[in-house]
Design a protein around this ligand. Sequence first.
Ligand code: UD1
Ligand code: MG
Length: 509
Amino acid sequence: MPQPHLRTVVVLAAGEGKRMKSALPKVLHPLLGRTLLGHVLTAAAPLAADRTVVVVGHGAEQVRAHLTEIAPDATPVLQAQQLGTGHAVRIALEAVPEASGTVVVINGDVPLLRAETVAALVAAHEGEGAAATVLAAEVPDPTGLGRIVRDAAGRLEQIVEERDATPAQRALREINAGIYAFDAVRLRDALGKLSTDNDQGEEYLTDVFGLLVSAGEPVGVHVAADHVETLGCNDRVELAGLRRLLRDRVNEAWMRTGVSILDPDTTWIDVTATVERDAVIDQNTQLRGTTVVGAQAVVGPDVTLIDTVVGAAATVLRSHAVGAEVGPGASVGPYAYLRPAARLAEKSKVGTFVEVKNSEVGPGAKVPHLSYVGDATIGAKANIGAATIFVNYDGVNKHRTVVGEAAFIGCDTSLIAPVEVGAGAYVAAGSAISQDVPPGALGVTRAPQRSIEGWVARKRAGTVSAAAAERALAEGASAGGPVAREGEAIHGDAETVGRPSAAGDTATE
Ligand code: UD1
Ligand code: MG
């Protein structure tokens, strides 16, 4: 004999959500880090139900796949035809014949619902030994919602859908939030007696209340302290409204824990993200997914972090990061792009117009400007000059580059992987490095320079450049360096061309 279930949660998620006008089922629309369905399941999670049943119908395959990801223990039950909320619960209970005790039913489209509120509803219901208890709220605009109809003594008489209501009932502003607790046995019994005698010809779950009242069963109303929690979502305008409300709730909670949010109206923090004390979040910032921002870090303005960890006291300015790690005290941006498995160690720097993917940037190492770092390991305190490209892809395979501790890569260098630059080695600016550079050596592949005298006068006569050159030469100006006549090569001495200052004078801090 299976143990009886003392608590069962049923989430109704079979409806199409027509007014969303979407290929995505309504309950799968995202809202600050979770789907609508994900929010509802999270609110129900602390009830520690023995079984959670999710009624699926429209987009059933998509909803089932999502459940496998976010709530593998939940049982999807198919309602092939949406014949009403009462019909949906009836089908759900057929799938859990062992359910006894309390059945909590939640509409799948009330994402602002708090766990505390569901818990309070269930506690009130179980405490009073009621047959059924409905979560109600006073709302400014009850349009489209079921009304709570009470008798002269204030006891629940019935729940009436707006389309079936009398004008007097329509004037009521106390609504049914679509969240209920039932006694399983009496719920099953009443569900068997539902009619479809209403404007939509559906089996209404709400009619269970009228039936129980007529049978003399005790029913209760639990009024939500904050009606905002009960707001449903029927179209994308309402979804955007819910997103703003949730944003404000999340931001306020973080500010109360000691986080500075400079512009709460433009700061969007997923419910799944974490921000530590004394972090500063500047405007136009999104913290998404499993992002964590450490204590005293400064993030923003204009930053999007997705599944990214930012260490204590790091700064991230006008940048986009996905699946990256920014170490304590590190500095990112402005205009950096950190891609998955970009790992920046403490006090490292990834600066302006720099893209980093699947690479470690060592402690105190710097990649300040205009670079691509892919599949690389960069040692501590290495300096990567402007416009260095880690050439990681040969068209078929990706290869790794290793840059040793305190190595110095001159500007405009290609490091053609697989390749290794040893600790303390230098690479001359403008080199294309495809062979390992030993520790302490200078790697240089630069062609020697030659200057062909008089070329502009001969080939670009009549231009502003020719005129400027003529004036300069008349004043006796001369540039140093080897000079050749046209067609004549100059053979430089590698030691001279590659002198450390050749790297140093064009590298940047
Ligand atoms: C329902 C309530 C109404 C309440 C409102 C709160 C009924 C009859 N009415 O109305 O009193 O004020 O919620 O938002 O219950 N669903 C199914 N199968 C179905 C029909 C619906 O799974 O056959 C699901 C929907 O996907 C949705 C939920 O049940 O998540 C509510 O259905 P919906 O059609 O939105 O009911 P409302 O008209 O909003
Ligand atoms: Mg609805």
